[in-house]
Design a protein. Sequence first.
Length: 92
Amino acid sequence: METSNIKTSQIMYSSNRSTEPTSVKIVTINDHTIFVPLDSANTDYQIYLKWLEEGNEPLPPDPTPEPEPLTAQQKLEAAGLTIEELKGLLGI
């Protein structure tokens, strides 16, 4: 791969909660997509770094989706309680 073959790139994270990037998604001028680890020993990563040095910029990371709110039952389970136990604690 040559720097002239890179059409776009985007920094990728291993999960929605990850704060450290793990790879870069590269789309070539032929619309092939490759995922390159952020490893200085990787030749494709070295080409990507050269592409950046040439003034190119990656696309922003995808937005992190908001987690679904927990239901009351899920909150109870996370606290290790049953409805009966909660009723007992509340004196209901």
